[in-house]
Design a protein around this ligand. Structure first.
Ligand SMILES: [Zn+2]
Length: 84
């Protein structure tokens, strides 16, 4: 059972730790979260286009929030330097 698959999952660990899995809604088997087709029953697990668009919108908002947060951190760091 051991093989090159283990080293591949390690290189992904920079994202969210171990490879994420989900349960197939058709056969209830554990499958990769990124799968578009279940490898056990063969049913398609494609995400509706509307949800993808919604997800992209959320990603954009997260990017904006991250930028704002970074600026706040920078401003706070500056203020600390002035106090010292
Ligand atoms: Zn399935």
């Amino acid at each position: 059972m051991a093989g090159p698959a283990t080293s591949r999952s390690l290189s992904r660990s920079r994202n969210n730790g171990p490879v994420e899995t989900m349960r197939c809604p058709f056969c209830a088997e554990e499958i990769l979260d990124e799968a578009s087709v279940c490898r056990y029953c063969g049913n398609a697990l494609l995400i509706p286009e509307g949800l993808k668009v919604e997800n992209e919108d959320l990603k954009q908002q997260v990017l904006i929030l991250e930028t704002e947060l970074n600026e706040l951190h920078r401003a706070q760091a500056k203020r600390r330097k002035v106090h010292q």
